[in-house]
Design a binder for this molecule. Structure first.
Ligand SMILES: Cc1ncc(COP(=O)(O)O)c(C=O)c1O
Length: 511
């Protein structure tokens, strides 16, 4: 665990007990058995308490300036949400469903108005209605349609419009795409230039709502603090313009997310907070009373690692090693080459040994679906042992760091017949990686999570109906079924249809 009083020389990305206690678990692994398991499914090894360290470290550097809103899209794991609620964090949501998750995890209703930002600028009307009804008062926006439907919804609920605070989302760079260095072309969809921002501000004032501030997002995994420069300068100039031309006092600047977990957070705070001082001074603008943030990836990336086995290595003409593994995007949605890192291990005499990555050897890492977009990293350094002629090349397994962010609720069910990764805590992994009980727990957790329902309800429903509908499969024998492809497929289909049935019979009526 990190001591948050010590200066960090690297970000938290690879801080996980898998790396820190390597000697410990690598000697406990029964190599052959572990590899056999990895041929059937990948592992997700969780360490959710790291979120506490991450939040405290982040808070030390940004918390004195404003609210830290965790971007729920990065992880909807209930333990993560409950932990952050207990730490009095704020939250950024992109849909009303994310607010529901927060409420179910214990976010008190009287905190919603202060602690929740609705960060998606292009919203569904029914989401706006329900969010307002439940107390959300802070919304990001970048278009007139959104402003119109927020106004209408607030009118229908007879709210005091002044209490509704809008942050205008600005471009993160010049031009209509984000340009070089940015990980995403957010400007193609999000944000406005300063002249458009002035027009939106006039429209907001005309509705009676409050123009509270500005926000912009430089792209997830932005490893250079300088990527915030353009947005900070725009916000500073706009703050002065709005005061002079429209008489609006802007009080907030929301730096949004994008912080790369490979980079220590103080590198961002040192650069960006002093830039705000100088840019606002230079623009002749009043400093924002509150400087908020919306980190997603930085807070949760190291809360999970994913472990897969290497299945195949092909070398392309240009020397690129095409590495196919038992896990990839096929099971993990957005786990693409943003903010990930990789450790490779080989099994020797049944024990794990970490391999050295070689900067001059480059590989593309793929999952086992038959699709070129099942690619988890491109042009990443790989060890020399990953060579098709190496007789033990497929005894290599990979630990994928950063899998705690933007992965688990995107997992695919049985695409290409692939069994989803098994989820377990580090202690379970370490102590009893080969035990049947952990298989059972892992598979139940994995499926319950896919259902998006409270674990207990979903599993009661599934196990009750398993015995009845499938005869030969008992819910309590799920581990045994992993070895029987026929039963496994039956169970998989049953779980998917059960979840659909459960949702159908239990979903609350629409309003
Ligand atoms: C509005 C908003 N805020 C915050 C985030 C979180 O970004 P990250 O996980 O890169 O910190 C996102 C991610 O896309 C976002 O769209």
């Amino acid at each position: 665990m990190t001591d948050s009083n010590q200066p960090l020389h690297k970000g938290p990305l690879t801080n996980h007990p898998i790396t820190e206690n390597f000697a410990d678990w690598s000697h406990l692994v029964d190599g052959r058995k572990f590899l056999e398991q990895l041929t059937r499914h990948a592992y997700r090894v969780c360490h959710y308490s790291s979120v506490i360290d991450n939040y405290n470290t982040f808070h030390k550097h940004f918390g004195h300036r404003g609210t830290i809103h965790f971007a729920v899209k990065a992880s909807a794991e209930p333990f993560v949400l409950k932990t952050l609620i207990a730490l009095d964090a704020g939250f950024e949501i992109a849909t009303y469903s994310e607010l529901r998750l927060l409420i179910e995890c214990g976010l008190p209703k009287d905190k919603i108005g202060k602690k929740v930002n609705f960060g998606q600028t292009q919203k569904e009307r029914s989401d706006i209605k329900k969010a307002l009804r439940d107390g959300v008062r802070n919304f990001a926006t970048d278009n007139i349609h959104d402003i119109r439907i927020i106004t209408e919804a607030a009118g229908q609920q007879q709210m005091n419009k002044k209490d509704i605070r809008l942050q205008i989302r600005l471009f993160n760079a010049a031009g209509s795409s984000s340009g070089e260095g940015f990980s995403q072309s957010f400007n193609k969809r999000y944000g406005v230039d300063n002249d458009q921002a002035m027009q939106l501000a006039e429209s907001i004032v005309a509705t009676g709502m409050t123009v509270a501030g500005f926000t912009f997002h430089p792209g997830s995994g932005s490893d250079s603090p300088a990527l915030w420069d353009y947005g900070v300068h725009s916000a500073a100039r706009l703050t002065r313009r709005m005061k002079e031309e429209l008489g609006i006092t802007i009080t907030e600047l929301n730096l949004s997310g994008g912080f790369a977990p490979s980079v220590p957070i103080e590198q961002y705070s040192t650069h960006i907070l002093s830039l705000i001082e100088s840019a606002y001074k230079e623009a002749g603008a009043e400093l924002p009373a509150s400087i908020d943030t919306e980190p997603g990836r930085w807070l949760v990336a190291n809360a999970e690692v994913l472990i897969g086995k290497v299945s195949n290595i092909k070398i392309n003409r240009d020397g690129t090693r095409i590495v196919t593994m038992t896990t990839g995007v096929s099971e993990n949605g957005t786990l693409t080459d943003l903010g990930l890192d990789f450790d490779f291990f080989i099994l020797e005499n049944g024990k794990a040994r970490k391999l050295e990555k070689r900067a001059e050897l480059r590989g593309n890492l793929h999952g086992r679906a038959c699709a070129d977009f099942d690619v988890i990293a491109e042009n990443t350094p790989v060890p020399a042992e990953l060579h098709p002629d190496n007789p033990i090349a497929d005894d290599v397994f990979v630990v994928i760091h950063g899998a705690g962010a933007y992965s688990h609720y995107m997992e695919r069910n049985f695409w290409c017949g692939i069994t989803p990764p098994m989820k377990m805590n580090y202690d379970e992994f370490r102590n009893c990686i080969t035990s049947e009980i952990n298989y059972q727990r892992a598979i139940i957790n994995s499926y319950a999570e896919r259902s998006g329902l409270p674990l207990k309800n979903a599993m009661t429903f599934i196990t009750n109906t398993t015995d009845r509908k499938l005869g030969q499969i008992k819910g309590s024998e799920i581990a045994r079924i992993l070895d029987d492809p026929e039963l496994l497929n039956k169970l998989g289909l049953h779980i998917l249809t059960s979840v659909a049935e459960f949702v159908h019979t239990n979903s609350p009526s629409k309003d």
